[in-house]
Design a protein around this ligand. Sequence first.
Ligand SMILES: [Zn+2]
Length: 169
Amino acid sequence: MKICYDNVSSDYSYPVSKKDIGEIKKIILPEITDKIRVIRFGCNTKTTQEGRIVKQGRVYDIRINFCLNNNRSLILSDRKKYIKEIKQFGGSPDFKSGFITWKLNDAKRYSFYILFHEIGHIAFCEKYLNGNQGTKNSSAEEQWCNNFSMKLIRELEKNALFNLPDSDK
Ligand SMILES: [Zn+2]
């Protein structure tokens, strides 16, 4: 499992480090992590998709588009479900400026949420679709992946596997 980051200018940053990501091996079964070839982080300035997976033969590449500029990220959609999720994770969207303001710790949690959701797609695909990724994911699959992700977020928190820089929880 390789972890890499797209180069970004110095005013942008990624909320999760390689070390943070390395911790996921403690809470995810090797039969799933072994299927991940690369996790690549990029900026979300040119996309509306925060996460996606691409199957490469028997393994998967994951792409996460989420970065911060002065503790802010872009609002990618005005879909109610998306905005609700952002707020649930502590982000404060401002529709006038088009930015979401985050505390670092919340941005970190949200990054993991996107990542675990994508890993959920891998788990779902392997478990229920015999590794045959469909072209369009059903809403049942999306819901399954959200639940999968939340369960792992709770595992992370229970085990305090990543340090919480400005935690107020
Ligand atoms: Zn999804």
